[in-house]
Ligand binder design. Structure first.
Ligand code: NDP
Length: 244
């Protein structure tokens, strides 16, 4: 079964159990999308799916587990008929002074933020192509800046940016790739920091955050609502017989 042109678009959102992912699920559902909510905390995504009602599906999936993502992709295909939008949002920000004590955090951030997004994308790629798809990658201002104690987190987001730019050029016109780079957003993100002194300091900054996850979700929904335009270089790259 493939998604019909007339049926609502289907959006898959990773990390939909809190923060920006949950807000994006709400915003897209309000815009008429059917939404598949992926995360590890099943109770949270089930509660959100129940709240949203028709057209919302909760699927437990850890983005570091490719089999779980493959199974999620089958479930979305069977339930909704395909995927038009993938929002790679799942992420973790385990800041702290660079040291061997943090090595598990480094591996975790790379596996979730970078490899998790790459894996979810390759798993859903055929469905996205079929659905005239959109890929939204949630990066960060840390994807173009860096500061003491955020080196590996920044590396994952710089990685997301480089990978996304390559995909943007490669996947058009089948799939449009958009990168979102929020600054400090009021979510539970810093509560998972394992280095205590850093967690306390970063939490103080987050306590003063003025940007809400709903505002970021609004930007994502707006980007998805825009018509597609090929950039000049993409027009020039098309074979001569397709120009004009
Ligand atoms: P939250 O901590 O609220 O959300 C993170 C989400 O990622 C949760 O839903 C969590 O779900 C999910 N997640 C974490 N690990 C995994 C995993 N292994 N598999 C599947 N899902 C996972 O923070 P935010 O909403 O702030 O973060 C969302 C994204 O926004 C992240 O990529 C973050 O880097 C980015 N960002 C956030 C900013 C901020 O200031 N808040 C600024 C810039 C970017 P669960 O634990 O249930 O699996």
């Amino acid at each position: 079964m493939t998604a019909s042109q007339n049926s609502p678009r289907v959006a898959v959102i990773t990390g939909a159990s809190s923060g920006i992912g949950a807000a994006t699920a709400r915003a897209l559902h309000a815009d008429g999308y059917r939404v598949a909510l992926l995360a590890r905390r099943l109770d949270r995504i089930e509660a959100l799916a129940t709240q949203l009602g028709d057209g919302a599906l909760a699927i437990k999936a850890d983005v570091t587990d490719r089999d779980a993502l493959v199974s999620a992709a089958h479930q979305v295909q069977d339930t909704f008929g395909g995927t038009a939008v993938l929002v790679n949002n799942a992420g973790t920000m385990l800041l702290g002074p660079f040291s061997s004590e943090q090595r598990d955090d480094y591996r975790n951030m790379i596996e979730v933020n970078l490899l998790g997004a790459i894996t979810a994308t390759e798993v859903f790629l055929d469905q996205l192509k079929d659905g005239g798809g959109d890929l939204i990658n949630i990066s960060s201002v840390a994807g173009r800046t860096a500061r003491a104690t955020n080196g590996v987190y920044a590396a994952t987001k710089w990685g997301v940016n480089g990978w996304s730019e390559s995909l943007r050029q490669e996947l058009l016109p089948d799939i449009r790739v958009t990168v979102i780079e929020p600054g400090v957003v009021d979510t539970e993100l810093p509560t998972h920091i394992t280095h205590e002194a850093t967690r306390v300091a970063v939490q103080q900054g987050y306590d003063a955050a003025t940007v809400t996850p709903e505002e970021v979700a609004e930007v994502i929904a707006f980007a998805l609502s825009r018509p597609r335009h090929l950039a000049l270089n993409e027009i020039l790259l098309r074979p001569a017989n397709q120009l004009g």
